[in-house]
Design a binder for this molecule. Structure first.
Ligand code: MN
Length: 234
């Protein structure tokens, strides 16, 4: 028997993120990330403070759930953590005005933009894309989403990350150079956004290297926490 909805190989599993306090999860369509959105991190990386932000992508199946052990990734010797506010969309469109952008937000979570910093740096030097540094298996850990219907749209709150109990990154959502509505508006000029898209909104200062055995914990006040362990290479 054959129908138009049948495929020649098994369909890939639907990537998803947990939603706090309920059994249904949030299906992930696309993962977008903002480059350079906190002044102190721009300064620590030696980049232009006045340059507008830009976007790169990870694949939906790179999402990792709270509590996971993440194998140390291949090819790198400088594997970095970047804690970020995650925005999850329930609808989308093109050229969304900033003053309408929050109507498209389903909820918020804390996530980590895991980065092979040495490979990202080498790609930058050769003017190549960032994929090899940013887009790899297990590169997008994400905690449970808090629906905006429950917590509203947080515009402030401490964002932090610790490794083995020692605080490494610390900032506040008030320090975002481009706000969540501005990010959604800007990204929707570039692509059509839709339900299931998530956006990692940039990291505060204090990024640094992880090694096998590290226990990483991070959080955003009013949103939640996320814990992952770095394992041996698989
Ligand atoms: Mn980042």
């Amino acid at each position: 028997m054959s129908t138009s909805a049948s495929f020649v190989i098994p369909t890939p599993p639907q990537a998803a993120i947990a939603v706090a306090g309920q059994s249904q999860s949030f299906p992930v369509r696309r993962i977008w990330c903002v480059g350079r959105n906190y002044l102190e991190h721009i300064r620590e990386m030696g980049n232009d403070e006045r340059a507008p932000p830009f976007f790169f992508a990870k694949h939906a199946d790179m999402v990792v759930a709270d509590g996971a052990t993440i194998p140390y990734p291949p090819l790198t010797k400088d594997f970095h953590h970047e804690v970020e506010l995650v925005v999850a969309l329930k609808s989308g469109g093109r050229n969304i005005p900033a003053d309408k952008a929050l109507e498209h937000v389903y909820g918020y979570a804390v996530g980590i933009d895991l980065t092979r910093r040495d490979l990202q740096g080498a790609a930058k030097k050769k003017e190549r894309p960032w994929e090899i540094g940013k887009s790899f298996d297990y590169s997008a850990p994400c905690g449970a989403l808090q629906p905006a219907a429950r917590i509203g749209h947080p515009a402030n709150g401490k964002i932090w990350l610790s490794v083995n109990g020692a605080e490494k990154q610390k900032g506040d959502l008030t320090e975002l150079i481009w706000s969540v509505p501005e990010i959604i508006a800007k990204l929707s000029e570039q692509v059509t956004l839709d339900a299931g898209d998530i956006i990692l909104t940039g990291t505060p200062a204090g990024v640094g290297a992880l090694v096998p055995g590290d226990k990483v914990e991070c959080g955003i006040d009013g949103i939640g926490t996320l814990k992952v362990t770095i394992g041996n290479p698989d």
